[in-house]
Design a protein around this ligand. Structure first.
Ligand code: PEP
Ligand code: MN
Length: 293
């Protein structure tokens, strides 16, 4: 029998069968975010600002990314910042703005939860809850996300192996929620020319080991605006089921992650290029939804 040189065991060598494994479920899981399906042959694009900063900033950005063909709106209301003095997010006010523009544009919304006490409230406003890189191994939060029946966007921890990542997803599935999307967002290495090292090899590895959809975040993966388009295209080429990208109507004035945010024009032009790459690999970018939420 051929042995795997990379020792990818999916469940840490445990004999307990894992729910995330393709061995347990060979067919691809489709995650349905209020009508937008991730994990099929069509590629889904999530776009929006890193953080919700104001009504004008969110609404202008959302309307524009929708026009360019984005399917789901992102925007953080609770931000995990390295410094306690940096902008922490608008909290529930930000969630209310997301809810309002979600109705107008018809785009479902994804936003981050950082604490078990926030899950219930965030789930009232959002269509999908995001568990960020820093919380990938926050087991109480993973359990809570499992109990909550909203789809979950689980980002890879910046120091997590593929096995650790899949076991984190296993927490959500084993608590009753199979609607989980995985997201490669870069890992910490010795390299300093990028914010993180975007591990695109994680995409084919994950697609082989698990039935869950896999998307890529080239914004946090590179940390540099001009590197986002090439890495987004590469992600589609290696088989990602979708992308999540930061877009801001005025990146220079952003309160968070402006240096890695695309302008509205840059995002629009990238969407055109992505359609060509998708076709070249036998896929398509999902047609924008026309029905209201
Ligand atoms: C984000 O998506 O805004 C974010 C904080 O991402 P990550 O958890 O991957 O750093
Ligand atoms: Mn960000």
């Amino acid at each position: 029998m051929e042995t795997n040189p990379c020792n990818k065991s999916v469940n840490g060598g445990s004999t307990i069968p894992s729910r995330v494994s393709r061995k347990t479920k060979p067919t691809d899981t489709i995650v349905n975010i209020n009508g937008v399906k991730v994990g099929g042959s069509e590629i889904v694009v999530i776009a929006g600002p890193c953080a919700v900063e104001s009504r004008e900033q969110l609404f202008e950005t959302a309307r524009s990314v929708r026009k360019s063909g984005a399917h789901i709106l992102r925007g953080g209301a609770f931000k995990p910042r390295s410094s306690p003095y940096s902008f922490q997010g608008m909290g529930e006010e930000g969630l209310k703005l997301l809810y309002e523009i979600r109705k107008e544009t018809g785009m479902p919304v994804v936003t981050e939860v950082m604490d078990t006490r926030q899950v219930e409230m965030v789930a009232q406003y959002a269509d999908m809850i995001q568990i960020g890189s820093r919380n990938m191994q926050n087991y109480p939060l993973l359990k809570e996300a499992g109990i909550c029946r909203k789809p979950v966007l689980l980002k890879r921890g910046m120091m997590a192996t593929i096995d650790e990542y899949l076991m984190a997803a296993e927490y959500v599935l084993s608590h009753g929620n199979e609607q989980v999307i995985l997201c490669e967002r870069g890992i910490r290495t010795f390299e300093t020319s990028t914010r993180n090292t975007l591990d695109l090899s994680a995409v084919p590895v994950l697609k082989r080991l698990t039935h869950l959809p896999v998307i890529v975040d080239p914004s946090h993966g590179t940390g540099v605006r001009w590197m986002v388009p090439p890495m987004a295209k590469a992600a589609v080429a290696v088989g990602a089921d979708g992308l999540i990208m930061e877009v801001h109507y005025n990146p220079e004035s952003a309160l968070c992650d402006g240096y890695q945010s695309l302008s509205l024009e840059e995002f629009d032009s990238l969407m055109c290029d992505l359609r060509k790459i998708a076709q070249a690999v036998g896929r398509e970018i999902l047609a924008p939804k026309t029905t209201a939420i």
